[in-house]
Design a protein around this ligand. Structure first.
Ligand code: NAD
Length: 470
């Protein structure tokens, strides 16, 4: 098996050591990843620093043209990238899987390439002229997780380079292969050093976040790692965008038609097998419709084909790695003791012998205080909680340190919006969940993060402000 290589200063760089990346559906190697040394990470930062000197001064139209060419490259290689992504991440090719993720990466690149941050005149009168300029920061370090490795790398890299920064990308050790390939493709159209990629183990992360020549870290991953990054970045006062964990609540009001909303609820919770930061992770349902919503959810869930990602019929695959499967199984075992298992569960017989598969699991009659409700499961499991008074439901939804997304399900949009405004989270969807889009800023409140991505506000996070008074 030919090992993948790092991408540094426009070149594909081999490493002395490599590590196996496992296919989570088969537990067999999906590929060999390069294990970067501390010196190679330094080389990547030095290359990005050199490239920054000319990239920052390129006119915006040239950066836009380069990003549009990146989109073309991704589109041209879409099937190759989707197959590789399925092999290392486990998600199916179809449904909201690898082909959808690569399509999203193309769309996000194109949208972001068309954003701009023109100079703003704040004042122009007898007392003087005041201009607000947005300037790039320098070298941006991007650290990504394993759930949407390509899409998240694009969310980090494209706005950074559009704003005139250069990048060192560090993918998750669980899913480095597709990101390395994507950065190789980017380097076919970008000047050398503008985007570099170093794969390796978790130790590279702190090296990047403490590096003196890095001006900003954009990180997507767990809250615990986010806190460590914040501490490590403090000494050099790095700019930070942190997209962290979520435990999104959905509140179902008594006026819904359970049949109509069941499929939306299902995909809100189970997109990417529940391994999605802004997935529906706790469902609060009014007593009047509680049993019917549970029944309809079971009906929808039962017909979803789960399988190896290369099976063209599968819409859900395995959990991405053994460690995450252990977390999910532990929470399900606890939830099964406290609640009523409607589907799946700890002892489900559909569990496959090979691969990190976990059955789609629905557990009703749980409450706040139960681990499966309070903790982020990040897997194919949904806890359901009964409520009688909507103000109590809002309190329960807000009684959590996370605040990424939330949703309200009702036919009364005015009432749904009233409830949405009381929810402590960065995004609230009505009659849907988790539908992020490139023109709407996305980020968490409370411990779900700092800053936003997407749209003009996301682009601004890749800049510092300079005000010129004349
Ligand atoms: P993780 O925090 O374990 O790892 C994420 C990345 O951080 C990996 O590349 C890892 O190598 C690196 N890393 C590990 N230790 C580090 C350190 N000390 N310093 C710097 N980098 C370090 O997260 P994960 O398990 O890969 O992803 C799952 C988590 O990510 C979930 O909590 C999920 O909710 C969250 N997530 C959030 C969003 C969002 O947009 N808010 C999106 C996707 C995932």
């Amino acid at each position: 098996m030919e090992p993948f290589r790092l991408v540094i200063d426009g070149k594909k760089v081999p490493t002395k050591q490599c590590f196996e990346v496992l296919n989570p559906a088969t537990e067999k190697p999906a590929g060999l990843a390069p294990l970067a040394t501390a010196q190679q990470l330094d080389d990547a930062v030095a290359a990005a620093k050199r490239a920054y000197k000319s990239w920052r001064d390129e006119p915006e139209r040239k950066r836009k043209a380069a990003c549009m060419k990146i989109a073309e490259k991704l589109e041209l290689h879409a099937e190759e990238l989707a197959q590789l992504l399925t092999a290392e991440q486990g998600k199916p090719l179809n449904g909201l899987g690898s082909r959808w993720e690569i399509g999203g990466a193309v769309a996000w690149t194109q949208y972001t390439a068309n954003l701009s941050l023109p100079m703003k005149v704040l004042q122009d009168n007898n007392e003087g002229r005041v201009e607000l300029h947005r300037k790039p920061i320098g070298v941006v370090g991007s650290i990504t997780p394993w759930n949407f490795p390509v899409l998240i790398a694009i969310w980090h890299i494209i706005p950074a380079i559009m704003a005139g920064n250069t990048v060192v990308s560090k993918p998750s050790p669980f899913t480095p292969l597709t990101t390395l390939r994507v950065v190789e493709l980017m380097n076919e159209v970008l000047p050398k050093g503008v985007v570099n990629c170093v794969a390796g183990d978790d130790d590279l992360g702190p090296q990047l976040t403490g590096h003196k020549d890095i001006g900003k870290i954009v990180f997507t991953g767990s809250c615990g790692t986010g806190k460590r990054i914040m501490a490590n970045a403090a000494d050099s006062m790095k700019r930070l965008t942190l997209e962290l964990g979520g435990n999104d609540a959905g509140i179902v009001l008594p006026d819904v038609n359970p049949k109509e909303i069941a499929e939306g609820l299902f995909w809100g919770a189970f997109i990417n097998n529940g391994q999605t930061c802004a997935a529906l992770k706790r469902l609060y349902v009014h007593d009047d419709v509680y049993e019917e919503v549970c029944e309809e959810l079971v009906k929808v869930a039962r017909k979803m084909p789960v399988g190896v990602g290369t099976d063209e019929d599968a819409v859900l695959g395995p959990v991405q790695n053994r460690k995450q499967l252990d977390i999910v199984q532990d929470l399900v075992a606890d939830g099964s003791k406290k609640g009523r298992v409607l589907l799946g569960g700890a002892n489900d017989e559909t569990k496959k012998a090979k691969g990190y598969f976990h059955p789609i699991t629905l557990i009703a009659d749980l409450e706040n205080g139960d681990r499966l409700v309070d903790e982020e499961q990040f897997g194919p499991v949904l806890p359901i909680v009964r409520y009688r008074n909507v103000e109590d439901a809002i309190k329960m939804a807000n009684n959590n340190p996370n605040g990424l997304g939330g949703s309200v399900w009702s036919r009364n949009i005015t009432e749904a919006k009233r409830i949405a405004s009381k929810m402590e989270c960065g995004s609230v969807w009505i009659n849907k969940h988790g539908m992020i889009q490139p023109n709407a800023p996305f980020g968490g409140v409370k411990q779900s993060g700092v800053g936003v991505e997407f749209g003009e506000e996301g682009l601004m996070e890749n800049t510092d402000i300079q005000v010129i008074f004349s």
